[in-house]
Design a protein around this ligand. Structure first.
Ligand code: NAP
Length: 484
């Protein structure tokens, strides 16, 4: 399919979205197509001054929005959902253009991302407190749920739509107002989402969006504003840690969706074909640039040869090319530093003795492409096993028991996602229960679902997004003690 770039861009606003208006700033940020390495458009570049104006707008709108009927909030979210689905082609094209993933996967993200708005439109009308008798005496316990207050949301580039709707949906459902800051690589999708909210009838100031090339300085203006009540962040553990320090002084409520290093366990009795099919999704979805991406494969010796051979064959069959080409099943990485890092991790593993079973280099073409790679016999001190790869590289380690696989899997400061393949459901569940991970796919290569609680343990984060739990992150509980 050919993307009509000029047509799509003509519908996307480029200014800072503050108080219901798109404001140009005079300065611009180039938006790069990772498939060519060249800029294809630009958007306005915001500063701390725009961030302060966005906070003013969010605070001015806060009381009125918190006081709206839940049904009214639900209706706006539902209309925004409908508009995203109506504008599916545009959203998918924008994500492929600014982030690089194959168009079919961008369509998948449109549906996944929109669904957070529908899910939370349905949750908005089910916010409940409780009334109960105190265990001793005649007292009564009443709890009331209230919106936390103005929220600052910071999102990454890898899922430009869904990471935004996963925060905005529950915040609006709860009655909070929002300032959101997308990553500078992928501003277009978020700005187009703002247009959908305008068209859905969201009152001015309830959501505001700041795009900036200076994320630290600009965010600081919001984080030091005493009116801010909550910070919700999705991104790397390194940046999350910095933000947690900044959130400590004002004691902000925080939700942190951080980095992962997912182990993928293939137990002795696994269905190898199912494990390979799951691995292809868990590893290569989103060009390998997913926080849930399988990062380390621990495979039992009994099935290791067959698993590695079949995984390498399937990997070699991926079609590398621009995401906009319908034939491509693997797009480019997002930028040059990401490409350099993936190359370094592969070189380090190979220098230490890993075998390249397929791939292992860059294709000879423009853009930030890396050939999908399977590494066998990866030594346990290789960086590729410890660091988040964020690219299409599958390192395989052969193990001799479930205990060894689980022990190696848990030797990580991360705990976002894990995968277990076993034909024996009891054996699989025993492994699941011992893995230190917020989410686990049991005989499943993909678990993301707006109706399920998404989030990590250890240094992969704090809190959950999606599901009923996702709404609680934006609600405060007031307890009223009553004497009868
Ligand atoms: P990143 O470098 O941490 O950036 C994430 C966001 O933080 C971007 O909007 C970035 O803006 C902003 N940022 C960077 N420094 C900042 C600062 N000092 N103050 C305020 N904001 C700042 O992560 P990324 O490279 O975009 O995304 C990849 C990472 O996200 C991976 O580690 C991945 O695992 C993680 N992730 C986690 C989840 C999850 O749910 N757990 C989901 C998706 C991704 P600029 O880039 O414009 O500077």
């Amino acid at each position: 399919m050919r993307i009509d770039i000029a047509g799509v861009l003509s519908r996307v606003p480029t200014g800072q979205f503050i108080g219901g208006e798109f404001r140009e700033t005079g300065a611009t940020i180039d938006v790069i197509d990772p498939a060519t390495g060249g800029a294809f458009t630009s958007v306005s570049d915001g500063t701390a001054e725009h961030a302060r104006a966005a906070m003013d707008a969010a605070c001015d709108a806060a009381d009125a929005w918190a006081a709206t009927d839940p049904r009214e909030r639900a209706d706006v979210l539902r209309r925004a959902f409908d508009l995203i689905i109506e504008r599916r082609d545009d959203f998918a094209a924008l994500m492929t253009l600014e982030m690089g993933k194959p168009l079919s996967e961008s369509y998948g993200e449109v549906d996944y991302g929109a669904e957070f708005l529908r899910w939370f439109s349905e949750e908005a009308v089910r916010i409940e407190g409780r009334y109960s008798q105190a265990p001793a005496g005649g007292g009564r316990i009443l709890t009331i749920k209230k919106p936390v207050g103005p929220v600052f949301a910071i999102t990454p580039w890898n899922f430009p739509l869904a990471m935004g709707t996963r925060k905005i949906g529950p915040a609006l459902a709860a009655g909070c107002t929002v300032v959101i800051k997308p990553a500078k690589q992928t501003p277009l999708t978020m700005l187009y989402l703002m247009q959908a909210f305008v068209d859905a009838g969201l009152p001015a100031g309830v959501v505001n969006c700041i795009v900036t090339s200076a994320s630290g300085k600009t965010s600081e203006a919001i984080l030091t504003d005493p009116r801010l009540r909550k910070l919700t962040f999705t991104g790397s553990t390194e940046v999350g840690r910095t933000l947690l320090h900044q959130a400590a002084d004002p004691v902000l409520r925080t939700s942190m969706e951080l980095g992962g290093n997912a182990p993928f366990l293939v137990l002795e009795d696994a269905d190898v074909d199912a494990a390979v099919a799951g691995a292809m999704v868990a590893k290569y979805r989103n060009n390998g640039e997913a926080c849930t991406a399988a990062n380390r494969f621990y495979v039992h010796r009994a099935v290791a040869e067959e698993f590695q051979r079949k995984l390498a064959e399937a990997t070699a069959g991926l079609a590398v090319g621009p995401g906009a080409d319908e034939s491509s099943t693997m797009g480019p990485l997002v930028d040059q530093p990401s490409l350099d890092k993936v190359g370094e991790l592969v070189d380090d593993a190979v220098d230490k003795g890993a075998k390249v079973l397929t791939g292992g280099s860059r294709p000879d073409r423009a853009g930030f492409f890396y050939t999908p790679t399977v590494l066998g016999d990866v030594p346990r001190d290789a960086r590729v096993l410890r660091e988040e790869i964020f690219g299409p590289v599958a390192p395989v380690v052969v193990v001799d028991s479930d205990d060894e696989a689980i022990d190696l899997a848990n030797r990580s400061e991360f705990g976002l996602m894990g995968y277990v393949y076993s034909r024996d459901i009891s054996r699989g569940l025993r492994a699941v229960e011992r893995l230190e991970s917020g989410m686990i796919g049991l005989n499943s290569g993909k678990v993301s679902n707006p109706a399920a609680p998404f989030g990590g343990v250890k240094q992969s984060g704090l809190g959950r997004e999606g599901s009923h739990e996702g709404l609680e992150e934006y609600l405060e509980v007031t307890y009223v003690g009553i004497t009868l």
